[in-house]
Design a protein around this ligand. Structure first.
Ligand SMILES: NC(=O)c1ccc[n+]([C@@H]2O[C@H](COP(=O)([O-])OP(=O)(O)OC[C@H]3O[C@@H](n4cnc5c(N)ncnc54)[C@H](O)[C@@H]3O)[C@@H](O)[C@H]2O)c1
Length: 333
């Protein structure tokens, strides 16, 4: 297959390596608004660097992977689906709700497959949690606790185009909570704080956030996020049930330490970042995208799923701004 890749920053350069290793990819064409960066990534991989991003749309691609900055997603997705090219796009679909809805209209009109990059759906721990929750083995799940604790803040230039901590970071938790439970979120209460670098506050964002969610069956969930978990990258989910409780992401490398005497667990080297923690899941999602692009399977993570998680993030923004609980129909309408 001829696969294009738009954007080779932090995650895009990792996706480039993965795509190069997938046996289904015969030709990999790489473009970035920073053409020099495209050349630097393509060269050692034996991939082809394109001089301009628009060259992707005349390159007879079988699929396009978009890992560009979030504000570039809507334009690239729309151009691709209008050209009939199946798309894998990193989360979120777009930085704003209006642009997300515009993208969805184009996707629905063209019926071209689109997969959104919620890689946790391909992680063995989350897959096992979904099975455990939906089989009823845990009894009824009274509480879910999810966290995404980044090892450090993104660079200053990333923050103004990211969409903010709820849409950029906690959106992963909102998606995976919907997916593991198979339920919808009905209300949201969110708050944020700034005790870290001033450039985050100056961009109107928060370095730390906490969210309380209620699901349509009454399950409660607590979601927490920070950009300052210097000990390591900590992404976990706990599902606490009336019969049994389980944890995803709790292993010897979890960046937390017990202060109980004689307890040495977890004691391993903490995960330094998202690529160590989710490397295999990123590889699986791109392997699956080749099947989606070849129209062998339906997308496992649609643009509509991207919208559903985005709406929860938008509700969090509203809740935080107005310091009140927000019912999801308010943002859906
Ligand atoms: N799924 C995940 O766990 C995960 C992890 C990290 C980032 N992301 C997402 O991936 C995207 C990129 O994040 P990053 O951390 O790699 O950012 P980054 O800033 O490191 O890289 C972004 C790259 O996009 C390029 N770019 C900007 N506009 C472009 C355009 N119109 N066409 C082509 N290239 C363009 C930039 O030059 C840069 O090389 C973001 O949307 C982010 O939310 C997802």
């Amino acid at each position: 297959m001829r696969i294009g890749l738009a954007g080779v920053g932090l995650i895009g350069s990792f996706h480039a390596k993965t795509l190069r290793q997938l046996s289904g990819v015969d030709t990999l064409l790489i473009a970035d608004v920073n053409a020099e960066r495209a050349r630097q990534v393509a060269g050692p991989l034996g991939a082809q660097a394109l001089a301009r991003v628009e060259d992707l749309f005349t390159a007879k691609l079988d699929g396009l992977v978009i890992a560009a900055a979030t504000d570039a997603h809507p334009g690239l997705i729309i151009r691709a689906v209008e050209a009939g090219i199946p798309v894998f796009c990193e989360k979120p679909v777009a930085p704003t709700l209006g642009e997300t809805l515009t993208v969805l209209k184009h996707v629905e009109k063209t019926q071209v497959p689109v997969q959104i990059g919620f890689q946790r759906r391909f992680d063995p721990g989350y897959i096992a949690a979904r099975e455990a929750i939906q089989s009823g083995r845990l009894g009824w799940v009274h509480t879910l606790r999810a966290c995404t604790l980044d090892e450090g803040p993104p660079p200053p230039e990333y923050v103004p185009t990211s969409g903010g901590i709820f849409r950029d970071c906690s959106i992963h938790d909102f998606d995976i909570l919907r997916w593991v439970t198979g339920r919808e979120i009905v209300s949201v209460y969110a708050t944020g704080a700034n005790r870290g670098d001033a450039y985050i506050r100056d961009a109107g964002d928060f370095d730390t956030a906490a969210v309380l969610l209620t699901f349509d069956d009454g399950t409660l969930a607590v979601v927490s996020a920070t950009m300052y978990n210097t000990m390591g990258y900590d992404v976990r989910l706990e599902a606490l049930g009336s019969k049994q409780s389980i944890a995803v992401g709790l292993d010897d490398r979890t960046p937390i330490r017990s202060v109980e005497p004689h307890v040495r667990y977890p004691g391993g080297t903490p995960y330094p970042g998202f690529i160590d923690r989710f490397g295999k899941a990123y590889e699986r999602e791109l392997a699956v995208f080749l099947d989606v692009a070849a129209r062998r399977i339906e997308t496992p993570c649609s643009a509509a799923d991207g919208l559903a998680a985005f709406l929860v993030a938008d509700a969090c923004e509203l809740s935080r701004r107005e310091k009140r609980s927000v019912q999801m129909p308010e943002v859906r309408s």
